[in-house]
Design a protein around this ligand. Structure first.
Ligand code: UD1
Length: 377
């Protein structure tokens, strides 16, 4: 590139909590190419509470967003539409050379559609994952995003396979590994320095952690109650810490669950935690019960047994290689699996290929080659 030519502009899109963890390493790696790239962070505002958003920027050392679209919580259609409208306006003015989206949330799909219709190429980080369950809003977001995006960065070989089978040309697909693990590796010292166990008066390996937020588990009493009943049994063996997502907190306050909730005397329901405190809490737990895809990955990396409260997963590698066991939301099955783990029968795992802390750098190298061909790094 000649001296004085404008630097190619790259927009990195974030909106919801898991996006912040995924963007940090990519942001850092692209800034390493700063003399040739103009990197902008765009926050859609899908998540907006301080403990769902701001604390992640601080923990992960990401600067404040360059643009904040302020969309907030709405129905799926309204939220997706509002993000598209806002991002279209921004992108029409600023004409990025590439829009990079992360994961499978509504912000991911909305900005992919807005950018691609303006002729702006899109890169998708964490492409190719499939649960094959179209009742999950995230599955729709994944399929649409992958088929519209131009560059697909995958975390595991199964993802490459899905994309190829769906007819996506091989030259769009780049197996780079898992950016969420990059954040964990990069934050290791800060995670180890967290005093969350002291603050909650917990002994290492003598407590369990639970998290729940999927609509299919938390939005109806009929699905949430059996899970809470399982926690009621498990709490007799081990104290449970339950950092509750705002969606779940609202549902836990429902009248129909009041009696069951009152019996959860050894379950501590607390506010969502910041990133380093949360990973520290998970790393020292004897057992994790969760419906989060990201936590399935983190427990696999940390070799902590994970009882996954879902009927399917878009991350089967956490089962084939990792510590996760799929149990759905049946009380007896959850309790049986938890008891097995607490009795010392927990599954041991291995870390999947390229979950090594360097995915962000691999992504930055591909982007650099694509955006400024001919320039060597
Ligand atoms: C979203 C993602 C999901 C991801 C999850 C991580 C979609 C379709 N879903 O689900 O894939 O796993 O984030 O957390 O994009 N709320 C607050 N404060 C906030 C954010 C949300 O109170 O900062 C409440 C609101 O009442 C909102 C509800 O939580 O209606 C759900 O938020 P929303 O972003 O719609 O979906 P999540 O369940 O967070």
């Amino acid at each position: 590139m000649s001296m004085g030519a404008p630097q190619p502009r790259i927009d990195l899109i974030v909106g919801a909590r898991p996006n912040f963890v995924k963007v940090a390493p990519v942001y850092r790696a692209l800034r390493g190419h700063r003399d040739r790239l103009d990197v902008h962070l765009v926050h859609t505002g899908q998540h907006y509470d301080a403990n769902m958003s701001d604390v992640f920027f601080a923990d992960l050392a990401i600067p404040a967003p360059d643009a904040f679209l302020g969309v907030g919580s709405l129905s799926h259609g309204a939220q997706t539409g509002a993000i598209m409208t806002q991002y279209e306006q921004l992108a029409m003015q600023s004409r990025p050379d590439l829009t990079v989206v992360f994961g499978d949330v509504n912000s991911t799909m909305a900005c992919t559609l807005a950018a691609s219709k303006l002729g702006i190429p899109v890169a998708h980080v964490e492409a190719g994952l499939r649960s094959f369950d179209r009742t999950m809003p995230e599955e729709i977001n994944r399929v649409v995003t992958d088929h519209v995006a131009d560059l697909l960065f995958t975390p595991s070989a199964d993802a490459d396979e899905h994309l190829r089978r769906e007819g996506i040309p091989a030259d769009r697909i780049h197996f780079v590994g898992n950016v969420m693990i990059d954040s964990l590796v990069a934050s290791r010292a800060k995670i180890e320095a967290s005093n969350i166990l002291g603050a909650l008066a917990l002994e290492p390996k003598r407590y369990a952690v639970a998290t729940l937020h999927r609509p299919s588990n938390v939005d109806r009493d009929e699905t949430l109650a059996p899970i809470l009943s399982a926690l009621e049994s498990i709490q007799a063996r081990v104290p449970i810490v339950f950092p509750a997502h705002p969606r779940t907190q609202r549902r836990l306050a429902a009248e129909g669950l009041r009696a069951l909730r009152a019996r959860l005397t050894n379950v501590r329901i607390i506010e969502p935690l910041a990133y380093c405190d949360f990973v520290r809490l998970v790393s020292q737990a004897t057992l994790v019960l969760t419906d989060s895809g990201g936590i399935q990955e983190e427990t696999t990396y940390l070799d902590v047994p994970c009882v996954t409260l879902r009927k399917n997963t878009e991350r089967p590698i956490t089962i084939s290689h990792g510590t996760s066991v799929l149990v759905g939301n049946d009380t007896a099955t959850i309790v049986r699996e938890a008891e097995r783990i607490l009795g010392g029968g927990g599954k041991r795992g291995t870390v999947p290929p390229l979950w090594d802390g360097h995915a962000g750098e691999r992504i930055a190298a591909v982007i650099q080659r694509r955006i400024t061909p001919g320039v060597t790094q």
